[in-house]
Design a protein around this ligand. Structure first.
Ligand SMILES: [Zn+2]
Length: 294
């Protein structure tokens, strides 16, 4: 995804929340802060870490209104420079296919569409969601997919429709991930599969950066929270517990994910890394989770 790495939108915050948005516990308190002054809190009830207060709706609307640049960088997603990204998604989809037959897949936060292209090549019937209507129009035109725009929880898609809902680096972005998860549960068929890849805040790398920041040894404390666009910070165990205890999913697979370090790697070295990561404990900066709707 071609992203605007330095948001030009002026930061603007809501009132501080006085309970955890995911489990409603009032037992929340300071965990860390970053060099922008954004506060990170932790819930003692479910273990979730999140920015509090969060960005205002106006800030987020401006940010996601132009999140993915159009269309120069996106004109050719089949360019060889994107091959490694196709390989990553092809591998992730092969994991999904261990738990469901290929059928209808919703790509949530499709960006430039590489994940749509990868799923189509693999035989999935793909639909796409993006906040920005102009990006949806681009994806509909270039990849011939049905698209959904606007606020995700408001989409009018019928219930029990999809075999897979695919969120690649998405769940850390929305202000109310609980509404995303409930919507996903509604539109998945029973037994359908939710795929999530996102940063692992409990990874050794993230813990190390947090420790350095708290010790005053980092020039830009808390840069790894990416607070200009990430609002929630997951770990595999916290997300698993939430999905199973509060959202009626069964988590069937957790493993290391593949990060930006794979950029430019050949198909064969990607395959090697993927096989190796599958048998390692979950410790990388990105994790992958697959859950089935009960
Ligand atoms: Zn909580």
């Amino acid at each position: 995804m071609q992203e605007i790495w330095k948001s030009t939108t002026k930061r603007d915050y809501d009132e501080r929340m006085n309970c955890c948005p995911l489990c409603s516990s009032g037992d929340i308190g300071p965990y860390d802060h970053d060099f922008h002054g954004a506060m990170i809190e932790k819930c003692a009830g479910c273990g979730m870490k999140f920015m509090n207060p969060q960005h205002s709706d106006d800030y987020l609307r401006d940010l996601y209104g132009g999140y993915t640049e159009l269309p120069s960088e996106l004109a050719d997603i089949s360019s060889p420079k994107h091959d490694w990204r196709h390989s990553v998604h092809a591998y992730y989809l092969s994991l999904v296919e261990n738990y469901t037959l290929r059928g209808r897949l919703l790509s949530v936060g499709s960006g430039d569409g590489v994940e749509i292209d990868a799923a189509q090549r693999q035989g999935w019937e793909v639909e796409a969601y993006e906040f920005d209507p102009s990006l949806c129009a681009f994806l509909a035109d270039s990849l011939k997919v049905h698209t959904w725009a606007g606020n995700f929880p408001d989409i009018t898609c019928e219930s029990d429709h999809f075999d897979c809902v695919y969120l690649h680096h998405v769940l850390e972005h929305p202000k109310r991930p609980q509404d995303f998860i409930r919507t996903i549960h509604r539109i998945l068929r029973p037994g359908g599969v939710l795929f999530v890849a996102c940063p692992n805040i409990e990874s050794p790398a993230a813990r190390w950066k947090t420790l350095l920041g708290k010790s005053g040894l980092k020039k830009r404390r808390g840069r790894h929270y990416d607070t200009w666009h990430h609002l929630f910070y997951y770990s595999p165990n916290v997300l698993k517990r939430l999905l199973e205890e509060r959202f009626d999913f069964d988590v069937v697979h957790i493993r290391n994910g593949l990060g930006e370090q794979m950029r430019g790697h050949s198909e064969s070295s990607l395959r090697h890394a993927m096989a190796w990561d599958g048998i390692m404990p979950v410790w990388k900066s990105v994790f992958v989770l697959i859950a089935k709707k009960r």
